[in-house]
Design a binder for this molecule. Structure first.
Ligand SMILES: C[S@@+](CC[C@H](N)C(=O)[O-])C[C@H]1O[C@@H](n2cnc3c(N)ncnc32)[C@H](O)[C@@H]1O
Ligand SMILES: [Zn+2]
Length: 573
C-alpha cells in the first residue's frame, strides 16, 4: 500500500499532480473573470470583486448557489435578530408586535444593533465580502483562515471592496478562534470547509449566541452517503447506509452530530433549512441554550433498519415522549429478524436526526423576501425552497424507479404512484434531494401494495425471478389495501405545475468540491459537448484518480488543516 509509506507533505503534491493531469484541460476563463495583470484576475460574484493572484487561494464558482442561499437566509435572520433587539430596548414594542416585513435595514452600512458574523474558513474572503455588501443589519464580520496566503488575499480584497469598517481579517486556526470566543459570542457562525466539518463543531456550538445561526457545509458525500460507513462513524458518530435516500440520510447524520456536540454544553439545535445540493450538503440551524430541553434529544434521534433485499426502511427511535410530556425509553426492536416483505436480513444505520429538517414558518416568510433580492442563482433558490416548503415532515423517502426495479416491473408515472398513495388516504411529497422521490406517511406495506397492484396490470417476467428473490416474495403476498391509480386532483404539486427549477443540474464538467488552494474557474458554455456528455469518456480516468485521492485521504488522520475532499458522490437526479 504505497500511501502508507509516503510522507504527508508529498501527499498534496501527488493529489495536485493527479488533479492537474486530468482537470486543467477543462479550466478556462468564464465571464465573471477578468485578467487585470499577468498574475492577477478579478472575479465578480454578487456585489463583490475578488482579486485572485497566482491561483493560490481557493475559489469555487460552483458554490455561488451556496453563497447566494446563505445571503438570503442570513438576511432574513438579521431581521429576526433586529426585532429582538428592538423589543429588548422597548418592551412596549413587544406587546404591540413588530412586523418583520416592516423592518427596514440597509446593506453595506455598519449597524451598531446588527448581527456579528464569523466566517471561520474564509479563503479569499469572497463570502464575507458578499455578506458585508449584501446582507442588511451587519455590525461586524470576522473573516478567518489558517493559511497566511489566504489571509493576505482576504486583506487585499477587504481593501479592494472598501468594506474595512465591516470586516476584520483574522489569521488563526478556526477551532482556537472559536474556543476563545466562547464568552464574546457571534450571532452567526459559518463553517465551509473542504470535506468534513466535524473538527470545527465542538468549538462552533460554544461560540454562538443564544438563538444564533450556525451554517455548516459538508462535501465528503462519499463518506456520508454510505461508501464508507466505518469512516462515517469515526467522523460523524453515525453509520451511513447505501440508499436512494442517501442525501437525506447525510443531512440527518450531520444534524445528529451537531446536536450531540451542542448537548454537551446544555445547548440544543433547531434546524431552519437543510439542503442537499450539487456535491455537498448545507445545514442552517439555530442554537439555543437550555439544559432541560436537551433531554428531548433522544426522542429526536433514531436508527434505520434497511432490508438488504427489498431496501425497505424502518425507523427505530432512541427515545420517546410520554403523553404528559415526560421522557421514556423507546420500545424495540421495530422489525423482526427477517424482513416481513421479502424475508431478507436487515442492515442498521444511524443514529440520524428524526425531527423536522426545516422550519416551515421560516421558509414561507423567507420565500416572500426573495423577490426583492438580486442573486445570480435566485431562480434555483426559489425553486428549491418551494419544493422544501412542500416537503412532508417524514424522515427519508423511496424513489419510484428503485421500488419498481426491485420487483423487475415497468415504472408507473410519478403522478399515478402519488395518486395511489393519496387515494389510499396518505400524504405524499417530493424531497428536494431527488426528482423521483416519494416521501410519504404511508406504512411500508401500503407502498408495496401499490407496487403489487401495478404489477398485476403490468406483469413482471415472473419465470425469470429467482425463487428466493425479494421480487417474488413481494409480488406473491396478498394486498392489504385496495389501490386506485386514478389521478388525484392534488397529485401534481404547485412547484411542479409551475415548472420551477427544482432540482440541480450538473453545472460544469468536473464540477465538485474543488481542490485545496486552487482557483477553479470553469467555462459554462451550455452548448459544450463535454457538458452534455458530462465527460463520460473521462469519467473512468477521473474515478481512478478520485479513488487514489480517497485512499490517500483515508490514511490522513492527524492534519488540522484539512486536506482535499474525498471522492465525490454521484447525484441521483
Ligand atoms: C473550502 S475553503 C473556504 C471557501 C470559502 N468559505 C468560500 O465560500 O469561498 C476552506 C478554507 O479553510 C481553510 N482552513 C482549513 N483548515 C482550517 C483551520 N483549521 N482553521 C482555519 N482555516 C482553515 C483553508 O485554508 C481554506 O481556505
Ligand atoms: Zn425486504
Amino acid at each position: 500500500m504505497f500511501h502508507r509509506v509516503i510522507a504527508h507533505s508529498d501527499r498534496y503534491f501527488i493529489l495536485n499532480y493527479y488533479r492537474k493531469v486530468f482537470m486543467d484541460t477543462t479550466q478556462t476563463e468564464c465571464d465573471a473573470v477578468k485578467k487585470i495583470s499577468k498574475h492577477t484576475e478579478v472575479i465578480k460574484e454578487g456585489k463583490a470583486e475578488i482579486l485572485v493572484a497566482e491561483k493560490n487561494v481557493f475559489y469555487n464558482p460552483v458554490q455561488e448557489f451556496n453563497r447566494d442561499l446563505s445571503i438570503a437566509v442570513i438576511s432574513f435572520f438579521s431581521k429576526i435578530r433586529y426585532k429582538t433587539v428592538l423589543e429588548k430596548k422597548d418592551p412596549k414594542l413587544k406587546d404591540n408586535g413588530i412586523n418583520i416585513e416592516d423592518i427596514n435595514l440597509q446593506a453595506g452600512l455598519r449597524n451598531e444593533d446588527g448581527i456579528t458574523v464569523l466566517e471561520a474558513l474564509s479563503a479569499t474572503g469572497l463570502r464575507s465580502i458578499r455578506y458585508a455588501k449584501e446582507i442588511p443589519g451587519i455590525k461586524q464580520i470576522t473573516a478567518n483562515d489558517i493559511s497566511a496566503k489566504a489571509v493576505d488575499s482576504i486583506k487585499k480584497n477587504i481593501q479592494h471592496n472598501e468594506v474595512e469598517d465591516l470586516i476584520t481579517a483574522s489569521h488563526d486556526d478556526a477551532t482556537m478562534l472559536m474556543y476563545r470566543s466562547r464568552r464574546n459570542r457571534f450571532d452567526v457562525v459559518d463553517l465551509d470547509p473542504y470535506g468534513c466539518p466535524s473538527i470545527f463543531l465542538d468549538s462552533a456550538v460554544q461560540c454562538i449566541a443564544d438563538g444564533g445561526l450556525l451554517l455548516v457545509t459538508a462535501t465528503d458525500m462519499a463518506v456520508l452517503a454510505g461508501n464508507s460507513p466505518e469512516t462515517c462513524y469515526v467522523k460523524y458518530g453515525a453509520i451511513s447506509l447505501k440508499s436512494k435516500a442517501c442525501h437525506e440520510i447525510a443531512l440527518r447524520i450531520l444534524l445528529q452530530h451537531i446536536s450531540c456536540h451542542a448537548g454537551r454544553y446544555g445547548r440544543y439545535i433547531q434546524p431552519v433549512l437543510c439542503i442537499s445540493a450539487d456535491f455537498y450538503i448545507r445545514v442552517f440551524v439555530r442554537v439555543f441554550s437550555g439544559q432541560i430541553k436537551c433531554k428531548a434529544n433522544t426522542s429526536k434521534l433514531g436508527m434505520i433498519y434497511q432490508c438488504v433485499g427489498c431496501e425497505t426502511m424502518t425507523i427505530q427511535p432512541l427515545g420517546a415522549i410520554k403523553p404528559n410530556g415526560g421522557y421514556k425509553l423507546a420500545n424495540g426492536p421495530v422489525v423482526d429478524q427477517l424482513c416481513k416483505h421479502c424475508r431478507h436480513k436487515h442492515h442498521i444505520g444511524g443514529p440520524i436526526w428524526l425531527d423536522p429538517l426545516h422550519d416551515q414558518v421560516f421558509i414561507s416568510k423567507l420565500l416572500c423576501t426573495l423577490d426583492n433580492m438580486e442573486l445570480g442563482t435566485l431562480k434555483r433558490i426559489q425553486g428549491v425552497l418551494n419544493v422544501v416548503h412542500e416537503e412532508l415532515d417524514v424522515p427519508l423517502y423511496y424513489t419510484l424507479d428503485r421500488l419498481m426495479s426491485i420487483v423487475r416491473c415497468h415504472t408507473p408515472t410519478i403522478l399515478a404512484f402519488r395518486s395511489a398513495l393519496m387515494n389510499a388516504g396518505y400524504k405524499v411529497s417530493f424531497s428536494h434531494a431527488n426528482k423521483v422521490s416519494i416521501k410519504t406517511d404511508a406504512p411500508n406495506e401500503v407502498i408495496w401494495d401499490i407496487v403489487r397492484t401495478w404489477e398485476k396490470d403490468h406483469p413482471a417476467k415472473r419465470e425469470k425471478l429467482d425463487e428466493n428473490s425479494p421480487a417474488l416474495a413481494i409480488l406473491t403476498q396478498e394486498c392489504t389495501k385496495e389501490i386506485s391509480f386514478d389521478i388525484h386532483p392534488l397529485a401534481n404539486p404547485l412547484s411542479r405545475q409551475k415548472h420551477l427549477t427544482r432540482f440541480q443540474e450538473n453545472p460544469t464538467s468536473f464540477w465538485g468540491p474543488g481542490t485545496r488552494s486552487t482557483t477553479m474557474v470553469q467555462s459554462d458554455r451550455s452548448d459544450s459537448k463535454k457538458k452534455r456528455n458530462q465527460n463520460k469518456n473521462s469519467k473512468k480516468k477521473l474515478s481512478a484518480v478520485t479513488e487514489k485521492i480517497e485512499e490517500i485521504n483515508e490514511s490522513d488522520e492527524t492534519v488540522i488543516e484539512q486536506g482535499p475532499p474525498a471522492k465525490q458522490a454521484k447525484q441521483e437526479s
